[in-house]
Design a protein around this ligand. Structure first.
Ligand code: ATP
Ligand code: LTN
Length: 331
């Protein structure tokens, strides 16, 4: 809480080109909080290096992720937009919270299991302790609300557990955060395999629609999207492919599932896939246009980063001095 305003924190890794999963599940919702809440939106580059990154690509994507935040409507005057590694308190509190997070807890994290399977040659300690760094991100700012996709629910629960544990040992130190998971759009699935999450690090380019894809690419990817053998546009258990397309259509049009069913009654999957492509491409066109403009202005982006990091650091400092004192570090 800041005065009587609640505090919102969320982050996106600059680990690849952002997808419509990131957009619908997370970023698109961020700006809804800007008017009422004090919002911190972070580019979490420390998290991104848990998977090996090419340095030049990481740097470029850090600028791009920040530019996308702004292109998606996050006004840097109203929101604190910053880069995680530019506020050293994240790493500092991350280490401290490592010491209050149990090996067994971290071993149960499904993201760790998934990523270890995908990166068998680089199962590093950072990949394992990723959730305590995420807890540090959130707890540093005394966050009330964390908007994320459903895949992050387990990490949020761990954050709450660690915060409660710390508070129990040392007395009230951290606000216990709540997740904000938009129910109807919480998980956008891969277009090639609708049983798995659409993920920016997927190697199959056709499985993923990127926010910055051209209209032609978007249309082509939706036309090729895997669906089941039926033909009616109907939201039903087990029809993962069509359910996913309906969720995406809903996200861009605001129409309910039953309205969508009515709209496409008697029309086949082909028609529907083209319609999803259209609303998605049209919905993203203004974002792409803004992005193209903003990304050219490095100096502007750097000024946003700098102001953001300074403001974030000043909030973080307050929590850190409390934490340091409670633990028994000499000031
Ligand atoms: P990676 O593939 O590198 O693990 P990612 O695509 O899962 O990345 P993150 O940067 O880890 O993306 O996630 C940023 C935010 O986007 C998180 O809040 C996450 O829950 C949300 N998100 C990511 N993918 C999806 C998806 N397919 N559907 C809904 N939300 C998503
Ligand atoms: N773990 C998240 C990214 C992330 C995050 C955060 C989200 C890092 N720190 C703090 C919300 C709050 C992910 O993989 N999507």
């Amino acid at each position: 809480m800041i005065g009587d305003r609640k505090l919102v924190f969320s982050g996106v890794q600059p680990s690849g080109n952002l997808t419509i999963g990131n957009y619908i599940g997370a970023i698109k919702n961020f700006k809804e909080f800007s008017d009422e809440y004090k919002c911190f939106y972070c580019v979490v580059d420390l998290h991104a290096i848990t998977v090996r990154q090419v340095p030049a690509d990481l740097r470029r994507r850090t600028y791009e992720t920040l530019a996308l935040y702004i292109a998606c409507g996050l006004d840097p005057q109203k929101n604190t937009l910053f880069v995680q590694s530019q506020v050293p308190a994240h790493a500092e509190l991350g280490w401290i919270l490592d010491c209050y997070t149990m090996f067994g807890e971290l071993s149960r994290m499904t993201q760790f299991k998934d990523k270890s399977a995908k990166n068998a040659q680089n199962i590093n300690a950072g990949l394992f302790t990723y959730p305590s760094l995420m807890a540090a991100d959130i707890l540093l700012y005394q966050t009330d609300l964390v908007p994320v996709g459903i895949d992050q629910k387990q990490h949020l629960e761990l954050t709450r557990d660690v915060a409660n544990r710390f508070n129990q040992i040392y007395g009230d130190t951290f606000t216990i955060p709540e997740g904000y998971i938009a129910k109807d759009t919480m998980k956008i699935m891969s277009l090639a395999d609708p049983t798995s999450k659409m993920s920016k690090s997927d190697e199959n380019q056709n499985a993923v629609v990127y926010i910055l894809d051209s209209k032609d690419d978007i249309m082509r990817k939706f036309r090729r999207a895997v669906t089941d053998s039926g033909s009616a546009v109907k939201y039903e258990e087990g029809k993962d492919g069509i359910n996913n397309l309906m969720t995406i259509y809903h996200a861009f049009t605001g129409k309910s599932m039953s309205d969508i069913e009515r709209e496409f009654e008697g029309r086949g999957y082909g028609d529907f896939k083209s319609a999803v492509g259209e609303v998605c491409a049209d919905g993203l066109a203004p974002v792409r246009c803004e992005f193209d403009r903003i990304i050219k202005d490095k100096a502007y982006l750097e000024s946003v980063m700098k102001a953001g990091a300074e403001e974030a650091a000043s909030y973080a400092r307050r929590t850190m001095s409390k934490v340091r004192r409670k633990i028994g570090f000499v000031n």
